[in-house]
Structure formats: structure tokens, C-alpha cells
Ligand binder design. Structure first.
Ligand code: ADP
Ligand code: ADP
Length: 240
């Protein structure tokens, strides 16, 4: 059965001004992702990709104003019944802008933080940092200042920070949109490596189908907040 799932998910952002109308970002989205799958979510700007990622990561309705319909289930439990902190043990979340999600003075602090929050043994923290940095190809970069890194390196640190506490699910919101071609290649190389480690379930938003096709098992097309298609990447490649 699905590890992460939406049922009739809807989201309308609260009006920005008094008397304005709510902005409907998602309508009736049913999406079920089996364990170990890598699902790509594509669609134009405004399609609802970010909102879907936020809902899967449980940061809405927590951190944004609006109305939610339906539900998100993680390992069979509704996110309505789980705090954001508890949910973060299951779902790692990577945002589009590499810089705004890194806030520590060093790469190792960035990775230690989520583990310290959970009271993990310091000796285990040390080992976990090394293992996770190796997974994203950033070994030897522990003491670097995150903001001194390239965009691709920063995004790999953000992915490592999302993975360090060993969630079963990784949700990435257009992680390469703000990167140059080298950075984009670096991030896709990391994602391909993660995909080979079958225990991780990945949902990744991306504007361009062609970047995703070789990395994922399934592509979901969102438009106007609705699922237009849900198909094997090979179908999209044949059409291109
Ligand atoms: P995408 O990631 O595919 O570009 P989004 O999820 O960011 O799509 O946006 C979906 C819709 O919600 C768009 O119409 C967007 O303008 C609107 N929207 C996004 N964030 C907010 C917000 N904080 N307040 C109001 N409307 C928003
Ligand atoms: P556009 O026509 O929109 O400019 P391109 O197909 O030329 O897009 O690709 C832009 C950049 O993205 C190129 O530098 C290319 O090397 C890189 N790129 C294309 N496909 C992938 C992929 N699957 N993974 C990583 N980088 C890619």
C-alpha cells in the first residue's frame, strides 16, 4: 500500500487583502506513492506544485493561511493528527531556494541540528554526518560555510540535512530551478544515487519533464491545481 498519499486534497490560500478572494491552489488531488518509488510532479508556474509539496511535508496548513480539504496520509496516518515535528521524522523537505533553507555557520552544524533536536547520541551524530555527506558527494566539506558554496553544493547540503535523520520520504520542490546547468547536473546525479538506494521514497516537483524522465518511475502532471495525467515517464519521452 501507499507510503504517502493524498485523498481529495484541496487547498485555498486565504485572501491577501480584506474582501479579496481565496486563491485555489489544489483541487481534489488523489496521489498515492508506494514505498521506494520516485514520483515526479510537473506543471507550469502556478500549477500547485509547491503547495502540493508543502502539504506532503505537512508545513501547510501549519505555516500558511488557508483552507484545506481532504487529507494527506503518511504511513496510513493523517497529517491532521501528527505534529510538524513528528512528521519531519518521516518526511524530509527540500525547497527551491538553496540559500534560504540553510541557516548554520558550517555544513556540519547544518546536519547536526536536526539530530540534536531529536536527542541523538553525539558520537552517532558524527558518524551520521559523514555517511550522509558521502551520500550526496560532499565528503570533506564538513567545516565549510554553507553560503560560500556553489548553488549545486548548497542544494546537496540541503538534501543531506533533509536526509540525515533518515526519513522514509523525501519531498523536493523544484530543487534545481535556481541552479546553473552544472548545479542542476550535480543535484540530478545525487537523486539518481538516492533512487538506487531503494528504501527511499521520493516526490519531486520540477518544471521540465525532460529533466525528470530518466530519474523517476512515474510523472504526475498538475495544472490549475488538478492532476491532468499520471503516467510512466516513457509515455512522455515518446511524445517529446
Ligand atoms: P507552482 O509551484 O506550480 O508554481 P504554487 O503551488 O506555488 O504553484 O501556486 C499555486 C497557486 O497558488 C498559484 O495561483 C499561486 O499564485 C497561488 N499562491 C501560492 N502561494 C500563495 C500565497 N502564499 N498566497 C496566495 N496565493 C498563493
Ligand atoms: P532549454 O532548451 O530549456 O534551454 P536544455 O534542454 O538545453 O533546456 O537544457 C538546459 C541545461 O540543462 C543544459 O545545460 C543541459 O545540460 C541540462 N540538462 C538537460 N537535461 C538534463 C538532465 N536530465 N539532468 C541534468 N541536467 C540536464
Amino acid at each position: 500500500s501507499a507510503l504517502i498519499e493524498t485523498r481529495g486534497l484541496g487547498w485555498a490560500y486565504a485572501p491577501l487583502t480584506d474582501g479579496g478572494s481565496p486563491v485555489v491552489a489544489l483541487s481534489d488531488v488523489d496521489l498515492a506513492v508506494e514505498p521506494g518509488r520516485f514520483v515526479g510532479v510537473v506543471g507550469p508556474t502556478g500549477a500547485g506544485k509547491s503547495t502540493l509539496c508543502m502539504a506532503l511535508a505537512g508545513v501547510i496548513p501549519e505555516l500558511a493561511d488557508g483552507d484545506m480539504a481532504g487529507e494527506v496520509l503518511v504511513a496510513g496516518r493523517s497529517t491532521h493528527d501528527v505534529s510538524v515535528a513528528d512528521l519531519s521524522a518521516h518526511v524530509g523537505y527540500v525547497q527551491q531556494d538553496p540559500e534560504s533553507q540553510l541557516f548554520c555557520a558550517s555544513v556540519e552544524d547544518e546536519l547536526a541540528f536536526p539530530l540534536e533536536q531529536r536527542g541523538v547520541d553525539p558520537r552517532l551524530i558524527d558518524r551520521r554526518i559523514d555517511e550522509t555527506l558521502a551520500l550526496v558527494g560532499m565528503e570533506g566539506m564538513r567545516s565549510r560555510v554553507p553560503t560560500s558554496l556553489s548553488g549545486g553544493q548548497m542544494q546537496r547540503v540541503a538534501i543531506a540535512a533533509a536526509l540525515v535523520a533518515e526519513p522514509d520520504i523525501l519531498v523536493l520542490d523544484e530543487p534545481t530551478a535556481a541552479l546553473d546547468p552544472d548545479g542542476r547536473r550535480e543535484v540530478f546525479a545525487v537523486l539518481d544515487r538516492l533512487r538506487a538506494a531503494r528504501r527511499l521514497t521520493v516526490v519531486m516537483a520540477e518544471q521540465h519533464t525532460r529533466y525528470l524522465a530518466s530519474s523517476c518511475d512515474r510523472i504526475v502532471v498538475l495544472d490549475g491545481g488538478r492532476v491532468l495525467r499520471d503516467a510512466d515517464p516513457a509515455v512522455f519521452v515518446r511524445e517529446a
